[in-house]
Design a protein around this ligand. Structure first.
Ligand code: F6R
Length: 364
């Protein structure tokens, strides 16, 4: 069943190009994102004045990426709420708020409760769900299915990247319908999204490089992920993935927030995985890299292809293939999944079934 792979997680990492293709392709008509199959009308999108994304864990982290993209393209406010908090927070909702729930299983109790609360408060609900006919899918007004196929490993990988792709499709359609981007621009974005599938396939070949780096991470007690903007959203995901399967304590920090406390934890040989893929904040993140470096951190730096990285800046440099800044999350996700996976393997742990965790959390 594992198709020659040692663990389901590795198999599922490798299934990402196909999962992305299956999720993206059916939603493209004449080069534009199209949700008529899903019944998501332009009128609904036109009436949406605000979006609340709610989910748990990795699915919530996909929401963090979605927020940045949707707000950037449309200037319409988006908030991302942890479902277990949202459901008890007496949230402000109305009929012009679209509540997007994201869930691989479609059965997460807190996300389902958040969805029900949204409906009770008169908001329209759209769910991004992988499992057909699941509770969240059945109870939502609209469903945008991801087509990752079954995900067996507890640590979510392909479900996350297809959730990103669904959010990107949504953002492009939403921006187009709201007349924030032209038809030509929407088509250009779709082409770039399709190109991303090949980029993800290419990044799968980084396994040997990352396996070697993981050998140097396996004995760490604490580890930090830092980044800004989209890179911070990815840092959150990289951190949960690493800690859930390697049991190494890790934290994701917005790079600029380090000096407000956390930098006191950076001492000799503490690994810092720094994501610096966004040109607009590149110099800022690099200055944070220098700060942790000067305190002895072991730095693994992940950048785009278009920057020159001084060898003195980091211990390891992982360079993503050339791509537009908005699309780096797909490639960075694979790198972070590999870091978690190979570090867990190096620690001789049961990658697919980490202790205390269940694949689907149907209790509060
Ligand atoms: C982490 C992980 C969890 C899930 C979370 C939500 O790798 O898998 O954080 O993302 O429990 O699950 P779903 O998406 O099924 O609602």
């Amino acid at each position: 069943r594992k198709g020659g792979y040692e663990y389901f997680m590795l198999k599922e990492i490798h299934e990402q190009p196909e999962a992305l293709r299956n999720t993206i392709a059916p939603r493209i008509v004449n080069g534009l994102p199209d949700f008529s199959e899903e019944g998501i009308s332009d009128e609904l999108l036109r009436n949406t004045k605000r979006i609340v994304i709610t989910a748990c864990g990795t699915a919530m982290h996909a929401g963090l990426v979605g927020r940045i993209l949707i707000e950037k393209l449309t200037r319409i406010p988006v908030s991302v709420e942890i479902a277990s908090e949202f459901r008890y927070a007496n949230p402000i909702l109305d009929e012009n708020t679209l509540v997007i729930t994201i869930s691989q299983s479609g059965e997460t109790a807190d996300t389902l409760a958040a969805l029900r609360l949204a409906k009770e408060n008169g908001s329209m609900t759209l769910s991004i769900v992988n499992v057909k006919g699941s509770s969240i899918a059945r109870e939502s007004d609209f469903v945008l299915y991801t087509h990752a196929g079954p995900e067996i490993a507890v640590a979510s990988t392909k479900a996350y990247t297809v959730q990103l792709s669904a959010l990107y499709l949504f953002a492009f359609r939403f921006a187009f319908v709201k007349e924030k981007i032209s038809q030509q621009k929407a088509q250009e974005y779709i082409t770039l999204l399709e190109d991303t599938i090949d980029t993800v396939a290419y990044v799968l070949s980084y396994d040997t490089q990352i396996e070697a780096i993981s050998q140097r991470l396996k004995s760490a007690d604490d580890l930090f992920f830092i980044g800004r903007g989209l890179d911070y959203a990815l840092s959150c995901e990289g951190s949960i993935k690493l800690k859930e399967i390697t049991y190494i304590h890790s934290e994701a920090y917005a790079a600029g927030e380090l000096k407000h406390g956390t930098i006191s934890l950076i001492t000799d040989n503490v690994p810092v995985i720094a994501l610096a893929t966004q040109a607009d904040v590149y110099a800022k993140t690099i200055s944070n890299v220098r700060e942790v470096r000067s305190r002895g951190a072991k730095v693994i730096l992940i950048t785009n292809a278009d920057v020159q990285v001084d060898a003195s800046l980091c211990d390891h440099h992982i360079m993503l293939p050339p791509m537009e800044a908005e699309f780096t999350p797909f490639a960075a996700a694979v790198v972070l999944q590999y870091i978690a996976y190979y570090t867990a393997v190096a620690r001789e742990l049961n990658v697919d079934q980490p202790r205390n965790l269940a694949k689907s959390v149907t209790v509060e």
